[in-house]
Design a protein around this ligand. Structure first.
Ligand code: MD3
Ligand code: FE
Length: 203
C-alpha cells in the first residue's frame, strides 16, 4: 500500500520490514570498513548525525563544502561497494512509486542517537535532480519534517518507523526536509538508535 504524501512523494509503510534484520547486519559490516563519523559543515559546525557511505559515490561535508566523492576522506580508500540488496530494494521501492529503472550509485548511511536532529535543508548536491531519492528507516522511530520549496513554509510532521520506505521524486525532490530531535527509546524498545539509508543517483 502506498500513501501519497504530496505530489511526487510516496510513503511505503513497512516496505523494508522483512529485510530489516539483514539490512542492519549489512550496515554493521559496512561501518567496519568505513566508520561512522561526524562531518563538519562549511560553516564549521559539527553535524549531530553520524554518517558513512557505500556505493560508487559518497556524500561528504567539510570546510570546503558539500560534495560527492569516490573515496572516504578519512581513509583515502574507495567507499565500500553498495550491497546488491540495497540497490534492489531501492529499485523496487522507486518502481512501486512510479519511478521505473532507478539505479542508485550512492547510499548515505545516517545514524541518529536520542536527541539528535537534522535541521531543515534541501538535497541539491546531486548532478541531476530528475532522479528520485529513496529513504529507508530502521530502528528507533523519528518525526520527519516535510516542508515546501521555500524555507519559510511551515513543515508537516510525519512519524517514520522501523521498516518504512519513502520515495521522493518529481515535484517533491527539492522540498525542504529534516528530522526532529530523536526521542529517547520507550522501555523495551528493540534499539537504542535510528539508522536511515538514503539511496540516490548522484553522478
Ligand atoms: C525529501 N536524511 O540524508 S530521509 C539526508 O532520515 C536526509 O536521515 C533524512 O535528509 C534522514 O539528506 C531524511 C528522507 C528524505 C531524503 C531526501 C529528500 C526526504 C527528502 C529529498 C527531497 C525531499
Ligand atoms: Fe536530505
Amino acid at each position: 500500500p502506498r500513501l501519497a504524501l504530496a505530489p511526487g512523494a510516496w510513503l511505503l509503510r513497512g516496505f523494508a520490514l522483512a529485510q530489516a534484520p539483514a539490512l542492519l547486519a549489512q550496515i554493521a559490516a559496512l561501518c567496519e570498513q568505513a566508520p561512522l563519523r561526524h562531518m563538519v559543515t562549511p560553516g564549521g559546525l559539527t553535524m549531530q548525525v553520524a554518517m558513512s557511505n557505500c556505493g560508487a559515490l559518497g556524500w561528504v561535508s567539510d570546510r570546503r563544502g558539500y560534495r560527492y566523492q569516490t573515496s572516504d576522506p578519512d581513509s583515502g580508500r574507495p567507499w565500500p561497494a553498495m550491497p546488491p540488496a540495497f540497490a534492489a530494494l531501492a529499485q523496487e521501492a522507486a518502481a512501486a512509486a512510479g519511478f521505473a529503472g532507478f539505479m542508485p550509485d550512492a547510499c548515505l548511511i545516517n545514524r541518529y542517537e536520542p536527541g539528535t536532529r537534522l535541521s531543515l535543508h534541501q538535497d541539491r548536491d546531486e548532478r541531476e535532480h530528475g532522479h528520485p531519492i529513496v529513504s529507508v528507516s530502521l530502528g528507533l522511530p523519528a518525526v520527519f519534517l516535510f516542508g515546501g520549496l521555500t524555507r519559510t513554509e511551515r513543515p508537516q510532521r510525519l512519524p517514520l518507523v522501523h521498516g518504512d520506505v519513502v520515495v521522493w521524486g518529481g515535484p517533491a525532490r527539492l522540498r525542504f526536509h529534516g528530522i526532529a530531535p530523536l526521542a529517547p527509546p520507550e522501555p523495551g524498545a528493540g534499539w537504542g538508535e535510528r539508522f536511515n539509508l538514503t539511496l540516490r543517483r548522484a553522478g
